[in-house]
Design a binder for this molecule. Structure first.
Ligand SMILES: N[C@@H](CCC(=O)N[C@@H](CS)C(=O)NCC(=O)O)C(=O)O
Length: 203
């Protein structure tokens, strides 16, 4: 049995969604962000030194990092969500899996942290805005006519990219990024996505 440590309003929705797409049985342990700090509760720190979500327990081992968890679960249970190794599509898959956390989330987090500095952060805003726009517009331009990244059906990269795409929508960029808006709407319309939201507490 797989156990997912899910934090409300977090990247762990990716993992719940993936597990639903794969029709696997799993257990969810829900953790709530601190109402004041918005940080994860201390019980996650008792499970892993980083105290972040998602984490899954699989075969008696704790696994962290949504990208690693996605790769692991797809390799074992969902190879149809991965492109064939040795193909161009597989190289694109690798790029997008790393882009989703390593690149796209950097300006998002910079914006989040500098927003707490008030006027002191003003000199950084143009650069952060530029980086947000360039990363989101790269995603917009890279969508295939099918509305997916990498393959013409749902793939692991789509699941990883759903999180920065949701953030772009939350930042009010739907009109500027119609392809990403359609991608987000199509993800949300999938029964497995809705089931994942319900398992996570509709957060
Ligand atoms: N790169 C990690 C990021 C994990 C992460 O930062 N998770 C956030 C939720 S989206 C978290 O646990 N934040 C609470 C905190 O830092 O206290 C991943 O993709 O799993």
């Amino acid at each position: 049995m797989i156990t997912v440590h899910h934090l409300n309003r977090s990247r762990s929705l990716r993992i719940l969604w993936l597990l639903e797409e794969l029709e696997l049985e799993y257990r969810v342990v829900r953790h709530e962000r601190d109402a004041t700090t918005n940080l994860a509760p201390p019980e996650l720190l008792a499970l892993h030194p980083l105290g972040k979500s998602p984490m899954i327990e699989l075969d008696g081992r704790m696994v962290i990092e949504s990208g690693a968890i996605t790769e692991l679960l797809c390799a074992r249970f969902g190879q149809h969500l991965l492109p064939e190794p040795g193909t161009d599509a597989h190289i694109e898959h690798l790029e997008w899996m790393h882009f989703a956390e390593g690149s796209a989330m950097t300006p998002v987090l910079l914006q989040l942290y500098t927003s707490r500095l008030g006027d002191a952060a003003a000199p950084l805003h143009p650069r952060i805005q530029h980086q947000l726009e360039s990363h989101f517009s790269y995603m917009e331009q890279s969508l295939r006519p099918s509305g997916h990244f990498v393959l013409d059906t749902l793939s692991a990269a789509d699941i990883m990219l759903s999180f920065p795409a949701e953030i772009a929508m939350r930042q009010g960029r739907a009109d500027a990024l119609p392809g990403l808006a359609a991608f987000v709407a199509a993800n949300r319309a999938r029964p497995a996505y809705q089931a994942a939201l319900a398992r996570g507490g509709n957060d």
